[in-house]
Design a protein around this ligand. Structure first.
Ligand code: NIG
Ligand code: FE
Length: 389
C-alpha cells in the first residue's frame, strides 16, 4: 500500500456536499490523500494526515476526472464532406450513419482498436477518466459483436447499439432487422456489453420497436439507455423512464410531459451539446430540466457524424454559454452527472472510497473551464491513483 498526499490545492471539487460548499462540495486550500487506487482522505490542507509521498498542486484547482457516459468510438473513416455540406446549409440526417457503417465493416480489427485507443487517449488528455462507448456501425451479427469485443478491450462501460439504424441489408424489412437485433445479434453481443441502447427517432426505430429492443436486452441482463428526442419530438424519453433506463440521451426536443416524466423517474437526462454544435440544431432546455429537479449529465457523443469532439471541457463551455447552465452545474454534470448516467458511485466524486481519478487544472478555479473556452487547462490527469497525463 502506498499513500500519496496532494496538497496546496487552491480549490477542490469533491462533489460531496458534506465536505464543502454547495453541491460541488468545494474546499479552498485543500488536500487529498490517495491510497493505491482510491481516495482515502479529502479536506482542508491544514488538517491533512501524513502520507508516504507528497505532491504540491501549487494552488491549482483539482476536479474529479470527467465521466463521458456517451460516445461512439468503434468506427472507421470520417465524414468531413458531410460536415462541410452541413456548414453550407444541408440538414443533419441520421442516414449519414450508413457511410460510417460501410467504412467500419471494411476495417480490420486492429484498425478499429487503434481508433478506439486514439480517441480515448485524446479524451484522457482532456481529463476524461471514465468512458462509455457503443457499437452501432456494424449492424450485422459479426460486426456488432466485433465492435463490442473491441470496445471491451478499452473500457468496462460497453453499450450494444445494434439498433442504431435499420441495417441497409434489411431496408425492405425493418421487422426482420428488429428480430435479428433482439435475437441472434443480442445473443452474440450481450456477453461483451453492460448496456443496451436504441436510436428511437423518425428514420431509425419507433416507440414499439424501441420498447421491444430494450426489453429483449433487459431480459438478457443488460441495462437500458436510450437515444431519445434528438431530431424530433417522439416517444423515446417517456419510454426511457417507463423502462427505468439509466439515461435518456440528447433530450433536444422535449414536451412538458417528457419533462414531467423525467422529473418523476430515476432516468438521467444526458445532454450532448457537441451534437447541437455540429449539427447547428437548437439547444436542449437544460435550465428547465435542472429547475424541475431532473439529474442532468453532460457528455461528448463523440462520433464521426453528429459530434466529432472528444472534449468534455468544450462541452462544458457550450453548456454554460448556450444551454444556460452555470459553470458549477456544468462541472457537476460532466463528473457526478455522468456517473449517475452510468449508475456508478465510485467515480465522478473525490471523497473517501472513490476511485482516485482526478484532473489538475492550470487555473485557480474549476470555473475557468467555461471562462477560458478552448484553452488547454488540463495540466495533469490521474487515473486510479496514478498520474497518466
Ligand atoms: O448520437 N443519434 C444517433 N447516433 C449518433 C450519430 C451517429 C452518426 O451520425 O454517425 C448521435 O448523434
Ligand atoms: Fe449518440
Amino acid at each position: 500500500m502506498t499513500t500519496t498526499l496532494i496538497t496546496n490545492i487552491g480549490s477542490l471539487v469533491t462533489n460531496d456536499p458534506t465536505l464543502g460548499e454547495g453541491p460541488l462540495g468545494l474546499i479552498k486550500d485543500a488536500a487529498l490523500v490517495l491510497e493505491d487506487e482510491k481516495v482515502s482522505w479529502a479536506g482542508p490542507a491544514a488538517q491533512a494526515p501524513a502520507a508516504d509521498q507528497a505532491v504540491d498542486a501549487a494552488g491549482r484547482a483539482v476536479i474529479p476526472g470527467f465521466v463521458d457516459s456517451h460516445s461512439h468510438l468503434v468506427f472507421a473513416g470520417d465524414r468531413t464532406a458531410e460536415f462541410n455540406a452541413r456548414m453550407s446549409g444541408q440538414p443533419y440526417k441520421a442516414g449519414g450513419i450508413r457511410t460510417t457503417v460501410a467504412a467500419t465493416r471494411a476495417a480490420t480489427d486492429a484498425e478499429l482498436s487503434a481508433n478506439v485507443a486514439k480517441y480515448m487517449w485524446e479524451a484522457l488528455r482532456q481529463g476524461t477518466t471514465t468512458f462509455e462507448t457503443k457499437s452501432g456501425y456494424g449492424l450485422t451479427v459479426e460486426d456488432e459483436a466485433r465492435a463490442l469485443r473491441i470496445a471491451a478491450e478499452h473500457t468496462d462501460e460497453v453499450t450494444y447499439l445494434g439498433a442504431h439504424i435499420v441495417s441497409p441489408d434489411y431496408a425492405d424489412d425493418p421487422a426482420a432487422y428488429v428480430k435479428l437485433v433482439t435475437g441472434e445479434m443480442l445473443d452474440a453481443c450481450a456477453p461483451y456489453a453492460r448496456w443496451v441502447d436504441v436510436f428511437c427517432e423518425k428514420g431509425a426505430f419507433d416507440g414499439d420497436q424501441a420498447r421491444a429492443i430494450l426489453k429483449a436486452g433487459q431480459a438478457k441482463g443488460l441495462q437500458a439507455r436510450v437515444h431519445a428526442n434528438q431530431l424530433t419530438y417522439g416517444p423515446g424519453v417517456q419510454l426511457a423512464v417507463e423502462l427505468d433506463a439509466a439515461s435518456a440521451d440528447h433530450c433536444t426536443h422535449l414536451t412538458d410531459a417528457d419533462i414531467d416524466a423525467l422529473a418523476q423517474g430515476d432516468t438521467v437526462a444526458t445532454l450532448l451539446p457537441g451534437a447541437e454544435f455540429s449539427t447547428r440544431a437548437e439547444w436542449p432546455d437544460a435550465r428547465r430540466l435542472i429547475d424541475v429537479g431532473v439529474t442532468v449529465a453532460l457528455s461528448t457523443d463523440c462520433n464521426p457524424g453528429s459530434s466529432f469532439t472528444s472534449s468534455m471541457p468544450f462541452c462544458i463551455a457550450l453548456a454554460v454559454r448556450d444551454m444556460l447552465m452555470t459553470p458549477d452545474e456544468a462541472i457537476w454534470s460532466a463528473t457526478a452527472g455522468g456517473a449517475a448516467a452510468l449508475r456508478r458511485t465510485d467515480v465522478g466524486r473525490l471523497s473517501v472510497g472513490a476511485r482516485a481519478d482526478l484532473v489538475v487544472l492550470d487555473a485557480p478555479s474549476h470555473v475557468h473551464l467555461a471562462y477560458r473556452p478552448g484553452v488547454p487547462l488540463v495540466a495533469e490527469v490521474w487515473r486510479k491513483g496514478v498520474r497518466t497525463v
